[in-house]
Design a protein around this ligand. Structure first.
Ligand SMILES: [Zn+2]
Length: 149
């Protein structure tokens, strides 16, 4: 069944950068007991985009909003002490940018948000301001000014 997509949501895995998708999937399934993944897509450190769930199925990204949301995450988002940090690699930023543009086109009525932009969310996921970052990249045609500041 086709879903109405209202939100395109960006996440971080909030794990060490060395964490594998397999271990994240195991955590969802075994520890949390979820039938479906937390996100539809994960971007690995080298920029490889992995699809974990068809877009018409419901993932567990943001409680209360999942019925109308598509979720993408990057591996990373915390430093060695577990504090939020935007440690996306250039490859991850590039793929994230392209994926967001593509999906904005695919779901023109949808709003792109970070997990933390939803009401009542106290975590800092995805560890950067998605709308600011997108504005910045839009202005500069997909160039990364953030890292050079
Ligand atoms: Zn999140």
């Amino acid at each position: 069944m086709k879903r109405e997509i209202k939100y395109i949501v960006v996440h971080c895995t909030a794990t060490p950068t060395t964490t594998t998708i397999k271990s994240i999937e195991r955590y969802w399934k075994v520890t949390l007991g979820w039938a479906n993944p937390g996100y539809h897509y994960i971007i690995e450190r080298n920029g490889v985009l992995v699809n974990l769930l068809p877009e018409d199925e419901i993932a567990n990204g943001v409680k209360g909003y999942n019925k109308n949301a598509i979720h993408i995450s990057y591996i990373g988002g915390i430093d060695a002490d577990g504090r939020p940090v935007d440690n996306r690699t250039d490859a991850q930023k590039r793929i994230m940018w392209e994926w967001l543009l593509l999906h904005q086109e695919k779901y023109p009525g949808a709003t792109i948000l970070g997990h933390r932009d939803f009401p009542g969310v106290t975590k800092s996921c995805p560890s950067f301001d998605v709308r600011e970052w997108m504005k910045c990249w839009e202005k500069n045609n997909g160039q990364d000014l953030i890292a050079k500041e």
